[in-house]
Design a protein around this ligand. Structure first.
Ligand code: ATP
Ligand code: MG
Length: 565
């Protein structure tokens, strides 16, 4: 992937140390453990790049494991899209596709073992009572009256829990640790609860389900994971995971925490993203405004751009918000190298070249990518009636407006100088609906033999050869940099940006785009990078999404930022 040396970070330091000390026989095995309760987002991409990247760099392995211990919210369709997204990002788990639900029996056996060791008990307190007994940061917890049940009784009750003899929520299995431990998670945490829920893989087979805290560390152990890399909020869980593994006396992976990625102007929480989908605030998980991998893909992002972004932001121990502009910069850099340039007029204004012969068409040469001469040239037709961008004309231009205006001459890209000689207005509204221009045949190709200069070069499209398209322009999904910062009592969705989508229906594209296929990426000169929408575009009804604008105020900031690192 990246030909550069990977960036040093604290996780690599730990792994290097483990290898030096011969821990795990020098073996490195990581995993990416998504819960199939939604689609992956850019935060997951960071975790994927990190886990698969480390495995590759250390000649190790990375497993894909579905952490599917929570039946209510999990679905098989999410499994499929998660696999598609990981693959699209460029990573491969070979035959190491695992499911925590495949370990249910094994996890049950571990629980029995813990009971036999006197380290777990069946408790009859309700959920509210358990939380009440837990105490607080300042007050110790109280011991459950069921804590001292005999091993035999616990084994018997736990077996009966499994075989459905009690109603939902009636009993739990809890670890027997320390009700006055300063870490609240160590105060006899619940390991199993009774829940009659259909599980998308195990069906009705189980009516007790392991908590995440019970399932996660043991699943890592079963797979022989050496380094369990997770986000910072699990740091406080580590003593519990360590305790459980030590009591069981099984393979003990090392958990390492890093800061989870937050990106400005968006939210990275599957629960929130699902709410946007369900409420129809976006068209789906793959709406191009979504920070999901599928949304970014549909928007025109490349896997390379996302991987570069993940490499660039690195891993840290402190949470912070990364600017969305940095992600945009990564895709811009990538598309600048590979996207062919074409001309498209998004808000058309008709131009008639009054001294150009009616019916004549010239095929002019246009360069496909000035960054890459090997991409060659193409022909664009020039004719008497054209479209230019409405914004490229002003009847009464202010001082710094150098584009077309009455009496002014500009260059049409790859074509001629034209001069505006007349304007036609809608008699009712006064709106300019057409321009009359003359062209100078001597300026063909874009330069005047007499050396006279113009201050602007405009893109354009020949009217009778143009193809029509719908173009979708995007702004950020949320208006605030910190999308989660809301007024007290206000809904988190109050920060949604009402202008995040703008649809232009009357766009005119140069004819070479007629055959554009879903997913194709191009630069519309002066307008940004666009891609053909993979869902809604059809040959007779082209739809383009703007991936990113060309405007790039952050390039210098970013450069300064990385130079200081
Ligand atoms: P969400 O809050 O979006 O539901 P999650 O952590 O509950 O996220 P999981 O499916 O459990 O989602 O995550 C799978 C892996 O991806 C975990 O190892 C988790 O640490 C990692 N991950 C999730 N979100 C981020 C993020 N924003 N930055 C970095 N890693 C993340
Ligand atoms: Mg989770």
């Amino acid at each position: 992937m990246s030909t550069q040396e990977p960036k040093r970070n604290f996780i690599r330091e730990i792994i290097d140390g483990d290898i030096r000390n011969g821990k795990n026989g020098g073996r490195v095995q990581t995993r990416f453990p998504p819960e199939p309760n939604g689609l992956l987002h850019i935060g997951h991409a960071k975790s994927i790049c990190l886990n698969f990247g480390l495995a590759a760099d250390y000649h190790g392995l990375c497993n894909l494991r579905f952490d599917d211990t929570n039946p209510e919210t999990e679905e098989a369709v999410y499994v499929e899209s998660i696999k598609e997204d990981v693959r699209w990002l460029g990573f491969d788990w070979d035959d190491r596709e695992f499911y925590a639900s495949d370990y249910f029996e094994k996890l049950y056996e571990y629980a029995v073992d813990l009971i036999k060791k006197g380290k777990a008990y069946v408790c009859d307190l309700s959920a509210e009572e358990i939380s009440d007994y837990r105490g607080s940061l300042t007050a110790p917890g109280r011991v459950s009256p069921y804590r001292n049940r005999s091993v035999e009784e616990n084994l018997e009750l736990f077996r009966r829990m499994r075989y459905g003899e009690f109603p939902d929520g009636f009993r739990t299995l809890r670890a027997k640790i320390d009700m006055s431990h300063p870490n609240l998670l160590m105060r006899d945490p619940v390991l199993y609860r009774i829940r009659r829920e259909h599980h998308y893989r195990t069906g009705e087979k189980w009516c007790i389900y392991a908590t995440y805290d019970w399932a996660h560390g043991q699943s890592d152990s079963i797979e022989g994971i050496t380094h369990s890399i997770c986000t910072l909020e699990f740091e406080v869980h580590r003593p519990l995971y360590d305790w459980l593994l030590d009591q069981l006396g099984i393979h003990h992976p090392q958990q390492i925490e890093f800061a989870r990625l937050s990106v400005s102007h968006t939210v990275l929480s599957k629960r929130k993203l699902l709410e946007l989908v369900k409420e129809g605030r976006v068209s789906g998980w793959d709406d191009p405004r979504m920070p999901t991998i599928s949304g970014l893909r549909r928007r025109g992002y490349t896997p390379e751009a996302i991987r570069n972004f993940c490499e660039l932001i690195g891993v840290a121990k402190a949470n912070s918000i990364v600017d969305l502009a940095l992600l945009e910069d990564c895709v811009r850099e990538e598309l600048n190298k590979r996207a062919p340039r074409v001309m498209a007029v998004l808000r058309p204004l008709k131009v008639v070249i009054v001294n150009y012969p009616e019916g004549q068409v010239e095929e002019l040469d246009a360069i496909n990518n000035p960054e890459d001469p090997s991409m060659g040239t193409r022909k664009v037709p020039f004719s008497r009636v054209l479209y230019i961008e409405r914004d490229d004309f002003m009847e009464a231009p202010p001082k710094k407006f150098y584009r077309l205006a009455p009496g002014r001459e500009v260059r049409l890209r790859y074509a001629y100088f034209i001069k505006c000689v007349d304007i036609v207005k809608d008699p009712k509204t006064g709106e300019v609906v057409e321009l009359h221009c003359t062209y100078d045949p001597a300026t063909r190709g874009g330069d005047a033999p007499d050396g006279r200069r113009v201050k602007a070069t405009l893109h354009w499209v020949s009217a009778d050869r143009a193809c029509n398209a719908e173009v979708r322009l995007y702004e950020t999904l949320f208006s605030k940099r910190d999308a989660g910062e809301v007024e007290e009592g206000a809904d988190w969705k109050s920060n949604l940006n009402p202008n995040s989508l703008q649809v232009l229906k009357e766009c005119k594209l140069e004819p070479s785009l007629k055959s554009a296929a879903p997913g194709n990426r191009v630069q519309f000169e002066r307008m940004g990078y666009f891609c053909v929408d993979a869902k809604d575009s059809a040959p007779e009804n082209l739809v383009f999404n703007r991936t990113v604008t060309l405007y790039d105020p952050w390039a210098n900031i970013r450069k300064a930022g990385t130079e200081n690192q």
